[in-house]
Design a protein around this ligand. Structure first.
Ligand code: C5P
Length: 237
């Protein structure tokens, strides 16, 4: 099994409130991006990587590749306007020799080599696989209703049955040809999705689900980053 990893790191991270793009924010003395690079370096099947970065961040990304001790060939490219555009650009740069492609958000520093290996193994069997976790909380559909004084109150419209609902994470692995077809179709249909599995599902292909982890959360807010700092200092194994 030959696999290429795509690490998407081209987001601006405006919700974090830093002036540096999110993947380059420091976490425990390293850039956020470094964590994903170090992790893929421990996955034997991954023989190449493509990283998408914000404009003019290529050399800083290259420094992170060195700092992570990544010894496989690594291509670095500016990303696109949306995450999906970034993946499409990176996909176009993957080696034709790669049977599988595994896509991962640099904003998830605590994915493990085992998650990469499990998604790749399942993708080899069925075509695609993602890491995910079952929902733990009760789900409410919430809307705004007019309050007594004409102001808007937030309230529950309905409780959504939680059974069978999972939260999608990355890594997400696919046979390369399948993911390429999914992105080509999305471009033709102007489909915009928030993850790659969605585009593959639209082709009617099977996407397996392997165990992610609540520790594999995506850093979005300043509170997420604070939590990540605590975890980086005290890893939970
Ligand atoms: O913005 P969000 O955190 O949901 O983005 C998920 C991942 O996609 C991040 O790692 C981010 O760097 C990446 N991304 C990208 N290109 C974009 C937008 C986001 O590579 N245009």
């Amino acid at each position: 099994m030959k696999a290429t990893a795509i690490i998407v790191a081209a987001g601006s991270g405006t919700r974090l409130g830093f002036d540096v793009p999110k993947a380059f924010v420091e976490l425990g003395g390293n850039a956020l991006l470094w964590y994903s690079l170090r992790t893929i370096g421990a996955v034997a099947a991954i023989e190449e990587a493509v990283i998408t970065v914000p404009p003019a961040m290529e050399s800083r990304a290259r420094s992170q590749v060195h700092a992570a001790g990544l010894e496989i060939p690594v291509k670095i490219t500016p990303g696109g306007a949306e995450r999906q555009d970034s993946v499409r650009i990176a996909l176009g740069m993957t080696s034709v020799e790669a049977e599988l492609v595994v896509v991962h958000d640099a904003a998830r520093p605590f994915a493990t080599p085992a998650m990469f290996a499990a998604t790749l193994a399942a993708a080899e069997r069925v075509g695609g696989a993602i890491a995910a976790t079952p929902l733990a909380d009760t789900l409410k559909r919430v809307g705004e209703v007019a309050g007594h004084r004409g102001d808007k109150d937030r309230s529950i419209i309905a409780t959504v049955a939680r059974e069978g609902l999972w939260q999608a994470q990355t890594p997400q692995a696919f046979r390369r040809g399948l993911l390429m077809r999914a992105h080509e179709r999305a471009a033709l249909d102007s489909t915009v999705a928030t993850d790659d599995a969605d585009l593959v599902e639209r082709l009617g292909a099977t996407v397996a689900v392997v165990d992610g982890s609540t520790l594999n959360f995506k850093i979005t807010t300043a509170a997420d980053l604070r939590l990540a700092e605590l975890l980086a200092a005290n890893p939970i194994r």
